[in-house]
Design a binder for this molecule. Sequence first.
Ligand code: IMP
Length: 427
Amino acid sequence: MSTLAIEGLQWGDEGKGKITDYYAEKAEVVVRSQGGDNAGHSIVHKGHRYALRLLPSGVFNPMVTNVLADGMVINPSALSGEIEGLKAEGVGEFHLLISSRASILLPYHIALDHAREEALGKAKIGTTGHGVGPCYEDRASRIGVEMGDLLYPGYLRERLASALTIRNKELSLYNVKPFDLDEVYEGLIEESKSLLPYITDTSVFLQKALKEKKRILFEGAQGAMLCLTHGTYPFVTSSSPLATAIPLNTGLPLSSVSEIVGIVKAYSTRVGAGPFPSELEPEEAAVIRERGHEYGTVTKRPRRIGWIDTAELRYAAAISGIHYVAIMLLDVLGAVGEINIVTKYLIDGKEIDYMPSTVTEYASVKPVYETLPSWAEDISGITTYETLPLNARRYVEEIEKLTGLEAIIISVGPDKDQTILRKEIFR
Ligand code: IMP
């Protein structure tokens, strides 16, 4: 198999960065295709922790070409800052291509994101505040600017003028000071200077790589439940993290994704607002939060914690056609006493084994749990499945049984060597 997609099956922060980094060693091309610097991958490389937001995880392998593809929203100041930051830490030898079709995220998108959230008050989405929603809106409204426009400054300035005509009107409704065209334009030109050599038609590059059977890794951002169409709308992001969106977001054919690995945390977490049926009470949540370091990579917000939800996982796997999963952070559940697994829900006293499609119903479900004992041993040094404590294996196998998914990787710690591989699918 020459291409592999990594998709989060929950609400993001499943540990995709570690698995992408793991497969990136075998890849020749690593692609990010949606989202922007709302994402935050925390990767431990050679004992050092790096927080990547826009750059694909292939940056640690100098043989890899890293691609920021068409469906992304890119804040040039964040991207150039990230590149400089890595260089300062000695990671400067990487190949990067930026799609000329990717949308440029600008300061007025960030201002709008904040103003909207504030106006919504209690009904706010709990966005990361990085302007991602308003940037995608501009694209859909056809007032957005693309990375390729940076190569044509006259045209770029005209496009910014049109966008600001509209966006400044909206900002005035929130009493936000209008953005000055010259300032936005000049700031953008300055911040994008170092990015210009990387801008190209990445779909042409990717199509060629696919024809040449290069090993391509598609790195997902966020998780299936944050999908704009299939997630827990409106508490979602503004793009689709599903692997099925990859062809559209990269300019590749439908057949371009050979296999998908779903990334699943051994429990659930969510940041931002929205229903979360298996959410734990604050004291119980605090134990797992501290052990799992469950604070946002980007916003540092404490993550909400819940038990694993197999009804949610069955749904997420079904909408993307996933067969394989990596179970992450299993070590965190050691010595917690009892572990609960959501098997189905009760809605108005009636059992359902699926996830309701409306947020109103989803907010009213009561989870039905199956309870398994935890294990007392520290499993963070275990390297083979067979040597995991019996209760840890029972937990993994119960998730497999309830979801119909095969757990091919079990992660027992943040380092690369704390990974139990049960099946190799990316050669
Ligand atoms: P936005 O993407 O910043 O508009 O935020 C919309 C929702 O998606 C909020 O609930 C965010 O917390 C959530 N979100 C966006 N990106 C991530 C991520 O990388 N991990 C987890 N949640 C995210």
